[in-house]
Design a protein around this ligand. Structure first.
Ligand SMILES: Cc1cc2nc3c(=O)[nH]c(=O)nc-3n(C[C@H](O)[C@H](O)[C@H](O)COP(=O)(O)OP(=O)(O)OC[C@H]3O[C@@H](n4cnc5c(N)ncnc54)[C@H](O)[C@@H]3O)c2cc1C
Length: 451
């Protein structure tokens, strides 16, 4: 059990048993010193932590912030393999603070999304992170879609989404004159945020309260030497009493290093975005979604805003051959073979619905024209020439050994380690209450002492 450190060690660094063999020069961020975002750590840095977090995305940073806030004496470290925070999903998402009507009632995501929406907006207001409360619309143009938005309205009601209602064609055209639909589900709490700015703000708070953020260091293997965990990294060995794995696209691999996540594998779905040319930015004012296919955890190509005023379209959801395969050049033979040999993937491929989804998305992503056709179903005035290729993000979608796409967060508990799997959308919106939940569960299960 990890306790609060009441008396920091006064032993000279070189004799301190808490300093273990390893590198003497590693990169650490110094988010509080604006002039130098990354600086080398001093000789003899303590590479021995009470809690070590793997992953500098929003989940890892939110967990670090929660730990040092609720337990100020704890020595918390965070290792990130890139030289900056939020280089992967947390810095490549749509930046939408979701309202919480898409999630099935009773799931962790439903609970944390509604709570997270209110808390994130309050957080952004108090910390000066750029955000905008622009509202969300889900269109309904056919009888089938009418049923879907009523199901979303029902879910939203059960989840406690405030202000959610169905609006008619007239009200819709007052809100969005360029959108044509018989009716729409309107959620006033749908908002947008500067997602990278948000991660940096949360990380800065964690660092100010004592967490050490170590950049450019990759975890390569783990060994449980009960009750501690020995962590081998590209910069040498570290040790911790509790390891919290928030490694996003690689979280299952970190868990497998100590024999966990046997039933699961992450399959990467790439979400490509386009951006409207500046002259066409006036086409929409809020966020416009098609009704989702409730059988799959994807929302379909939609139009959202960025805090700088850009309008983005996407993401689609294309199965790709690399967990960081943002472009074909970054596809990985190893990732592709690992995915293809996972029994759950083979089972999923034999499921006609899954196969249709994957092939349909592949077909649609093969040309800009098909992407535009999807966008025009929402806003008919969009032309192919209006779109400029923009960024892509990759969804760390968990697949189980039965071949099912997992919808909710999954936490696996090992000896002295906790593993966050499947932190998929709306993971950014959920991050703060989810971090509180992870730390609360760690206390309840005896992994941490309270206070
Ligand atoms: C296309 C797309 C759009 C999305 N849009 C939204 C949205 O609008 N709203 C919303 O709420 N959610 C959205 N999401 C979901 C949200 O972005 C994610 O749930 C969230 O960012 C996940 O954060 P994370 O910290 O778990 O992962 P990440 O941000 O991927 O962070 C994990 C970190 O771990 C590091 N790492 C991995 N392996 C190692 C290792 N061995 N050693 C050290 N470090 C390691 C990685 O480099 C990475 O920085 C979207 C997701 C996608 C894919």
């Amino acid at each position: 059990m990890i306790g609060r450190l009441t008396t920091p060690s006064k032993t000279p660094v070189s004799d301190d048993p808490r300093v273990i063999d390893g590198p003497r020069l590693i990169l650490k961020t110094c988010l509080t010193r604006r002039e130098s975002p990354i600086r080398p750590a001093k000789r003899g840095s303590r590479l021995n932590f009470d809690v070590l977090i793997v992953g500098g995305g929003i989940v890892g940073c939110a967990v670090a912030r929660q730990l040092v806030t609720s337990n100020p004496g704890l020595h918390v470290g965070l290792v990130e393999k890139e030289r900056s925070l939020a280089c992967h999903t947390s810095g490549r998402n749509s930046g939408v603070i979701h309202s919480g009507f898409n999630q099935a009632p009773g799931t962790l995501k439903a609970k944390f999304c509604v709570d997270g929406n209110a808390r994130l907006r309050a957080y952004c207001r108090s910390r000066g992170v750029k955000f905008e409360e622009c509202g969300t619309l889900v269109l309904s143009r056919t009888e089938g879609e009418r049923r879907v938005i009523r199901e979303l309205e029902r879910r939203g009601g059960l989840n406690g989404v405030p202000g959610l209602r169905i609006i008619d064609r007239e009200e819709l055209s007052r809100l969005e004159p360029n959108v044509v639909s018989a009716e729409a589900l309107f959620s006033p709490t749908g908002s947008i945020v500067d997602s990278r700015g948000l991660v940096f703000s949360i990380a800065r708070e964690a660092e100010e309260r004592g967490a050490e953020l170590i950049m450019g260091v990759k975890v390569v293997s783990l060994q449980v030497a009960s009750p501690r965990v020995r962590v081998s990294t590209t910069a040498g060995d570290m040790e911790c009493g509790l390891l919290i794995n928030c490694a996003g696209l690689h979280a299952d691999r970190i868990a497998k290093m100590i024999g966990l996540s046997r039933r699961y594998s992450i399959v990467p779905f790439k979400g490509q975005y386009y951006r409207l040319r500046d002259e066409r930015k006036g086409l929409i004012r809020s966020m416009v979604y098609p009704p989702p296919d409730l059988e799959f955890p994807f929302l379909g190509v939609h139009l959202t805003k960025r805090v700088n005023g850009d309008i983005i379209l996407g993401p689609n959801a294309t199965l790709v051959g690399g967990r960081e395969g943002y472009s074909i050049a970054r596809y990985s033979v190893g990732d592709s073979l690992a995915m293809a040999s996972f029994p759950g993937f083979i089972r999923a491929s034999l499921n006609p619905r899954f196969a249709r989804l994957v092939l349909g998305e592949l077909h649609a992503s093969a040309s800009k024209k098909r992407f535009v056709e999807r966008a025009r179903e929402l806003v008919p005035l969009i032309d192919e020439g209006d779109l400029v290729l923009d960024t892509a993000g990759i969804r760390a979608q968990l697949l189980n050994d039965r071949g099912e796409l997992v919808d909710d967060f999954v936490l696996e508990w090992g000896h002295s380690s906790i593993h966050v799997l499947n932190s998929v959308s709306p993971g950014m919106t959920c991050a703060m209450p989810f971090a509180e939940y992870v730390v609360g569960q760690a206390i309840d299960r005896g992994y941490l002492n309270e206070g």
